[in-house]
Design a protein around this ligand. Sequence first.
Ligand SMILES: NC(=O)c1ccc[n+]([C@@H]2O[C@H](COP(=O)([O-])OP(=O)(O)OC[C@H]3O[C@@H](n4cnc5c(N)ncnc54)[C@H](OP(=O)(O)O)[C@@H]3O)[C@@H](O)[C@H]2O)c1
Length: 249
Amino acid sequence: MTDPAHPRPVLLITGAARRVGSVIARSLHAAGYDLALHYRNSQADMQALCKDLEAVRANSTCAIQAELADIERLPQIVETCVARYGRLDGLVNNASAFFPTEVGKTTVQQWNELFVSNAQAPFFLAQAAAPFLKSTQGSIVSIVDIYAERPLARHPVYSMAKAALAMMTLALARELGPDVRVNGVAPGAILWPESGKPYADQAELVARSALKRTGTPEDVASAVLFLLRDAKFTTGQILKVDGGRALVI
Ligand SMILES: NC(=O)c1ccc[n+]([C@@H]2O[C@H](COP(=O)([O-])OP(=O)(O)OC[C@H]3O[C@@H](n4cnc5c(N)ncnc54)[C@H](OP(=O)(O)O)[C@@H]3O)[C@@H](O)[C@H]2O)c1
């Protein structure tokens, strides 16, 4: 099913064009992975990212555009990756919608948008990827959130969707062993959202963490690399990368 002739391990990353996803892509590429990089709207960012990575190592990237709500497209994303490289060694579920939902005014459309990217697509991508990951003894890492455990104020549906992703991580670790490991990374404050959350809140959050700083996308990327490549006896775990924020939440 897979092509062992392809010399390097291959990783599929969703929402990889910008922000945390693009840093995960750069870090994993530097660690020797060839990449299938999913994006939705951020085409110019994706082109720039691929150009940079191709300059480092030719024929090491493949960009795949898709709206993750389009459920028919999800197996095709995996198939495009396998058609390009002949193998798949890892899936990183990074794409995510994030916005507040006020109880009393939440719409079904908002519910769907938050659950599609944070829970539905990760599951159906994992399902499509599982046979290929089995044949490479591969692994899945989903980017969860510390708010999967304790809800973020004014964000009940986002918190619920991330809680579903956290449970998916545990459930699939059971279902896909012994061939496929399934883990998660739960960031705290890393990159401030571009809209919808007052910037003034950030200093207060940082002050309430043990390490007294925001994390970096590189902090998240190094945890992803650890779980994907090094943590060979670890499955069903969600690693907090939050500077100790959850200790004093
Ligand atoms: N930033 C933080 O401090 C923080 C904290 C805790 C957890 N996290 C988690 O870490 C991950 C990365 O965070 P981030 O802030 O870098 O994410 P982000 O910028 O909010 O979103 C990442 C990408 O997700 C894609 N996306 C969203 N909805 C989609 C859909 N329906 N279909 C296809 N693509 C969709 C977008 O791609 P396009 O731009 O191409 O449309 C977007 O660029 C997320 O899972 C997030 O929940 C982040």
